[in-house]
Design a protein around this ligand. Structure first.
Ligand code: GAL
Length: 658
């Protein structure tokens, strides 16, 4: 279990480094991440490499017991790159080229940039291969979709299309390009989707193509590092729920997944819980790293608040409870210049350890030591419920015209939140991951779905699984083409026992008048976002719409298939619906809450040497009474805890059997 910070020795005088290293050591830290924005230091002129500054910093840190995660520095390019290669910068849809001066402003498809990336990565990888104090590498920093549409992108896109489609005719058919005379005779006619009303299929594949290019860029850096040092462990820092690139596939090229998270305040801790579950899914289970965790105020979105006492500790243990095996805070020290000059570090601009963040983190350092001693590192999280989430689904929501108000993650979180409130742990997995170990699989907004995925879902249900889906099921094929079979398509109709001939979008700016409601178990619930009118063809009706022209239709159905059930929730509903509807279904499937706690208290369980370690996190600003099945022991503060106790605001305990 590692504990540390993101450190920028290049911003500070050398004389200060020893002070920093000592303060880190005193706070129980054992790692720093360095280098991601230091390309100009490593390569001040093209082909001239300088390692002395980082050599000395790595050496000195090592003398204080601080190990290093070294980054390739391509995230921010020096001025000489643009001077020599003026076409490296991203070009937007209107043809405007971005300028040098910020970061992440270059194009992944630019051959010159690709070559420069190879060279600096190789130079660093050769120089630092087998270095005893470097224990991990990070490629670049927060790869993202650049939106670039330059000529290099256009050429690479044509090559990508030629590799994915047999012929221009096949492409025309797959994308439905007869519409508005968009058919092509040769791949050479195809361009990036620069116009606002390009076909959804075109836009979807452009995003897939750009994602593939980012993956290839990352993969090359990984391969170069490993060719110089086969034992090197390489990661990349993800941006939690970001879906601009296919993180799941990127994970196949990495040794482990790392994440960056800025929870901002206490109200965001449900979203943060979802984000951690998403990242654990990409990592194939617990053991992901937090390469950047917020440790103070941040200067985005109009200056956010300074975290009150206990907040950093709560963020930290929430991450660990969800499977983090390393915590690095962004950043060690607030910097004096640059556009992030008012972004807090652990120590402030004055470098003083009197800062409240430093003192809080020093306390956390002792708790991490106890978790290490217990053997938490590498310990598992075992959940019986999974929620399906994929890059292609997220992208399909984005290209879908008229669906701009669809928020994919908001729909997933309706379900995630309800389970979180009941302390039922959940994994976030891909439709093609192994589902057989889950008692319940939630598949909301499964709009873009392939025949192979449908077949897997069917097998899952036949073998005894409980599958729950929501609206817009099967409304897109792989290419964002609307199928001609009656919704949700024959195979899904067979699985869920319903047909859909009518639906209603509730995402208009004018509110629906009156709002259609669903009656379930003696209560009514207002519909939101979208409503599918379900016509059972074999399914049992669990709930109906009760007003307007919706009234004859079913809203929620359940279909027995083999040993399992397939449940269709036809609309998005108020939160209190999911809170009431899901627990009995989960109970029937044998899934029980970890512990009953007051609202706002989250419980997550990690299994250390087979024994449960319960993290109980008070994510509220009031004290909360907790009742345990028996007295336990709090590992964090190494103290006994009675069967009933009061957990103060923002406080957390990690409990094992006494
Ligand atoms: C992250 C980024 C860091 C820093 C931070 C500020 O997204 O990786 O370099 O900019 O945001 O909050």
């Amino acid at each position: 279990m590692h504990f540390g910070a993101d450190y920028y020795p290049e911003y500070w005088p050398r004389e200060r480094w020893a002070v920093d290293a000592r303060l880190m050591q005193e706070a129980g830290m054992d790692i720093v991440r360095i280098g991601e924005f230091a390309w100009r230091v490593f390569e001040p002129e093209e082909g001239i490499y300088r390692f002395d500054l980082f050599d000395d910093a790595i050496q000195l840190l090592g003398e204080h017991g601080i190990r290093v995660m070294l980054c390739t520095p391509t995230a921010a390019m020096p001025a000489w790159v643009e001077q020599k290669y003026p076409d490296v910068n991203v070009v937007d849809a209107a043809g405007r080229r971005r300028s040098w001066g910020a970061r992440k402003n270059w194009c992944y498809n630019n051959p010159q940039m690709q070559e420069l990336s190879r060279r600096i990565t190789r130079a660093m990888a050769e120089h630092y291969a087998h270095h005893p104090n470097i224990i991990a590498w990070q490629t670049d920093n927060e790869f993202s979709y650049s939106g670039c549409m330059c000529d290099h992108c256009a050429a690479a896109f044509r090559r990508w299309l030629a590799a994915h489609y047999d012929s221009p005719e096949a492409l025309n058919a797959a994308w439905g390009l007869r519409f508005w005379s968009m058919e092509i005779h040769s791949f050479g006619e195809m361009i990036p989707p620069r116009e606002r009303a390009h076909s959804p299929s075109h836009m979807l594949d452009y995003r897939r193509f750009q994602s593939d290019q980012v993956l290839a860029f990352n993969r090359e850096q990984v391969q170069i590092i490993k060719s110089c040092d086969p034992r090197a462990r390489v990661t990349h820092n993800y941006m939690t729920t970001y879906t601009g690139i296919d993180y799941r596939r990127m994970a196949h090229d990495l040794d482990f997944v790392a994440n960056d998270m800025y929870p901002r305040d206490i109200t965001a801790l449900e979203r943060a819980a979802f984000g951690h579950d998403v990242i654990r899914g990409y990592n194939g289970g617990a053991g992901f790293w937090m390469n950047e965790l917020q440790c103070g105020y941040i200067n985005r979105e109009n200056q956010l608040r300074t975290p009150p006492p206990g907040m950093i500790r709560l963020w930290t243990h929430q991450a660990i409870a969800h499977g983090a095996d390393a915590i690095l805070y962004f950043r060690w020290r607030s910097c004096t210049g640059g556009c992030e000059q008012f972004h807090s570090g652990i120590v402030q601009h004055d470098g003083s350890p009197v800062s409240r963040s430093y003192r809080e983190i020093k306390g956390i350092g002792q708790e991490i030591e106890r978790l290490r001693a217990l053997g938490l590192t590498g310990s598992a999280i075992e959940n019986e419920v999974a929620i399906l989430r994929s890059f292609d689904m997220a992208r399909a929501m984005e290209v879908y015209y008229g669906g701009r108000l669809f928020d994919y993650d908001a729909e997933l979180q309706r379900y995630h939140r309800a389970l979180l409130h009941h302390n039922i742990g959940m994994d976030v997995v891909h439709p093609e991951d192994d589902l057989s170990r889950y008692r319940v699989v939630l598949a909301p907004l499964l709009m873009l779905v392939t025949p192979a995925q449908v077949a897997r879902l069917r097998t899952y249900v036949e073998q005894g699984g409980t599958l729950i889906t929501s609206y817009r099921l099967g409304a897109y094929d792989w290419n964002a083409i609307v199928p001609t079979e009656t919704l949700p398509g024959d195979a899904l109709a067979d699985l869920f026992g319903v047909r859909i001939h009518e639906y209603d979008s509730l995402m208009t700016e004018a509110p629906a008048d009156p709002t259609p409601v669903v009656a379930w178990n003696g209560q009514t619930y207002a519909t939101q976002v979208w409503a599918d009118m379900l016509e059972p063809t074999g399914a049992e009706v669990l709930a109906r719409y009760t007003n307007e022209w919706y009234a004859p239709y079913a809203a929620i159905t359940q279909h027995q298939v083999g040993k399992g059930v397939a449940i269709y929730v036809g609309a998005a509903l108020e939160d209190r619906f999911y809170e009431a509807f899901l627990p009995p279904l989960l109970g029937a499937a044998g899934v029980m809450p970890a512990l009953e706690t007051p609202p706002g208290v989250q419980v997550k369980v990690r299994r250390v040497h087979g024994e449960p370690l319960w993290f109980v996190l008070n994510c509220t600003t009031a004290s909360q009474p907790i009742t345990l099945p028996q007295p336990m022991h709090d590992v964090l503060l190494d103290r006994p805890v009675g069967r009933t106790f009061v957990l103060p605001p923002r406080d957390v305990v990690a409990l094992r059997s006494a």
